[in-house]
Write a protein that binds this ligand. Structure first.
Ligand SMILES: [Zn+2]
Length: 607
């Protein structure tokens, strides 16, 4: 890989002339092996209409028909999104002759080649969904993800996929982590996986560069608008990359791009050599928002190790046409989240109290979710496609977040390993050992990951796993608090009586959004979408529910007037007491010296 460093460098070029469309002759000049590339030309003749126009020169191996497909989902975002719904106008030609194109499945097209060795396929893709996993095209810029953009041969994923970009008028730059292929805006993905894993940003984004271990890192900011402080963000990202490298001992890529779209949306998606972040352009203006942005960047960067290279066995090679279930997203996402916040603190970019605050927030989120007693961390991982990514009004009662619980499992596991080894080993060592054993093509099974953790800890983790990972027992935080010399501060007061609903205001109406399992509202038969009109003969204004509840005490019986599908009903509720919450996570002043040392080591840079 070293020899190709120069050609691997990201190309940031100005357009002087538009590159010529890739000619079919160029293909025949290359080898006729199975490795013959598909060559795409990606153009934006009218970006304000939100379309990208694709021309693909597709080798056929002289088969009478070929079948092309579009991925229905994209790795890292576990939902079938039916990207093919945005494809239109698929036509094919061979030497200028029109070929028959037939839709053969929701996301497949069968083309009769009439024996041609290469065919040219043209189509348009509509892109106006601003998210890290979809396409956005407008007059200002385009973000293209591989999965929702490129049709490929159903049986040719291993071949190179070449991309030539023709920027819209007025756009001068294209960015992608795909290796440059020589020439302006030309790139080559070694295979379809790389193409899908290499988002492309075209426009006039601002770019900031830094080098660590001789490896180029690029922060590409779209939409700074003189508000987002790109130079500061790049400086702080450099500290984050260094801290991640300290944890893992090396950088796993040749170069890395942070695509940062300041579009007033949120989210992040990891790739092997890049990540796409979405945030507010005001994110550098306030401390809290900035720390959140740094934690997001840290999370996506950590994925370069955890999930893109060290991965659950099921997550590769990908079947792009159906769901891929794995029990290990709590490791891939939750443990990543645990380290993400820790890295930002260790890099000196967030305070110890901010870190402890985010752990306590996760504890309260988990402990107040009835779904924690229904769904285990492994089940939550497995059913991500049909539950986490498809939440409804009952989700909090029946599901648990593998991010939230997974991060807490990381915290508990870190403490367990430290305790079992008298501080000599940590969760980092588990991840590194797992990386050494399973990164790359192998992937780990749940049992293999557990075995690595047990080897590093030198003790059995069977009981912990049975309760916390594969089971739904409540988590026990006491050991971790003891190891790190922490304690929970006093729990918040619970004066107000509790009904157990969340509500929304719609056109001045107070509507029930969720009814919590085990709550007084559930017991009394208050339903989701009921409109709360009155309590004990007095009207409740849309913004006055809490104030009205404050007039009662736990145990009081209240007659609640609701409208359900326009019918008025009286429901008698016996108000309760809100389930206990944990207080703030704070330093334990009585902690023994060993715990103080452990905590110091946990938080300090390079620890
Ligand atoms: Zn993630």
């Amino acid at each position: 890989m070293k020899a190709t460093v120069v050609s691997l460098l990201l190309v940031v070029t100005s357009v002087t002339t538009l590159p010529a469309p890739v000619a079919a002759q160029a293909v025949s000049a290359t080898s006729r092996s199975a490795a013959e590339p598909i060559q795409y030309t990606v153009a934006f003749p009218a970006p304000h209409t939100h379309y990208v126009e694709i021309t693909a020169v597709v080798p056929t191996s002289r088969r009478p028909t070929v079948e092309l497909m579009m991925a229905v989902w994209t790795p890292g975002s576990y939902l079938v999104r039916e990207f093919e719904r945005n494809v239109e106008g698929v036509v094919a030609t061979a030497s200028g002759r029109a070929l028959t194109v037939e839709k053969s499945d929701k996301n497949r097209w069968r083309i009769t080649t009439t024996g041609a060795s290469t065919i040219e396929v043209r189509y348009r893709v509509y892109g106006r969904e601003m998210s890290v996993r979809t396409n956005w095209i407008d007059a200002g810029f385009a973000l293209l993800n591989g999965a929702p953009t490129f049709l490929t041969l159903t049986d040719g994923l291993a071949r190179p996929h070449d991309v030539t970009i023709v920027p819209a008028q007025g756009w001068s730059k294209s960015f992608t982590a795909m290796p440059a292929a020589g020439g302006t805006h030309r790139y080559r993905a070694a295979d379809f996986d790389t193409l899908v894993d290499s988002p492309i940003l075209v426009g006039n984004a601002a770019a900031y560069e830094f080098t660590i271990d001789g490896k180029r890192h690029l922060l590409v900011n779209e939409g700074e608008a003189g508000v987002f402080d790109g130079a500061m963000a790049a400086r702080d990202l450099e500290a984050i990359v260094k801290e991640c490298r300290r944890i893992w001992g090396f950088l796993p890529y040749d170069r890395y791009v942070f695509f940062n779209l300041l579009t007033e949306r949120s989210g992040g998606l990891e790739h092997k050599d890049s990540s796409v972040l979405m945030a507010s352009r005001w994110a550098t203006r306030t401390r809290g928002a900035y720390v959140s942005w740094l934690e997001l960047a840290s999370h996506e960067l950590l994925h370069a190790w955890n999930v893109k290279r060290l991965r659950p066995v099921e997550l590769g090679p990908f079947n792009y046409e159906q769901e891929v279930n794995t029990r290990s997203l709590w490791i891939a996402e939750g443990i990543t989240d645990y380290f993400a916040d820790l890295v930002v603190t260790r890099a000196g970019l967030s305070s110890r109290d901010q870190l402890l605050g985010s752990i306590a927030t996760r504890v309260n989120e988990l402990q107040t979710s009835p779904g924690r007693l229904v769904q285990s961390a492994e089940q939550a991982s497995f059913d991500a496609w049909i539950k986490y990514y498809r939440p409804d009004e009952n989700s909090n009662n029946t599901t648990v977040s593998y991010y939230t619980k997974g991060a807490l499992l990381g915290f508990l596991l870190d403490a367990k390993v430290r305790k079992a080894t008298a501080g000599k080993r940590r969760l980092e060592d588990v991840m590194i050992a797992a990386y050494q054993k399973y990164a790359g093509d192998r992937g780990y099974t749940p049992d293999q990951f557990r075995a690595v953790a047990e080897q590093v800890a030198g003790v059995s983790l069977g009981e912990f796993w049975a309760g916390a990972v594969t089971g739904t027992a409540d988590l026990d935080y006491s050991e971790a608090l003891e190891v790190f010399g922490l304690r929970f501060g006093p729990a918040p007061e619970r004066d107000s009586p509790w009904l157990g609903v969340t509500t929304r205001s719609e056109a001045g109406r107070l509507l029930v959004s969720q009814v919590r399992r085990g709550s007084p509202a559930e017991a009394a038969g208050i339903n989701v979408d009921d409109e709360i009109i009155a309590m004990d003969e007095f009207r409740v204004a849309a913004d006055r529910l809490d104030a009205r509840l404050d007039q009662y005490r736990a145990g009081d019986r209240v007659r609640v007037m609701v409208a359900r599908r326009d019918q008025l009903l009286g429901v008698v509720v016996t108000l309760g007491t809100e389930p206990a919450r944990y207080g703030r996570l704070v330093i334990d002043p009585m902690a023994p010296e060993a715990a103080v040392q452990q905590r110091t080591r946990w938080l300090q840079p390079g620890s």
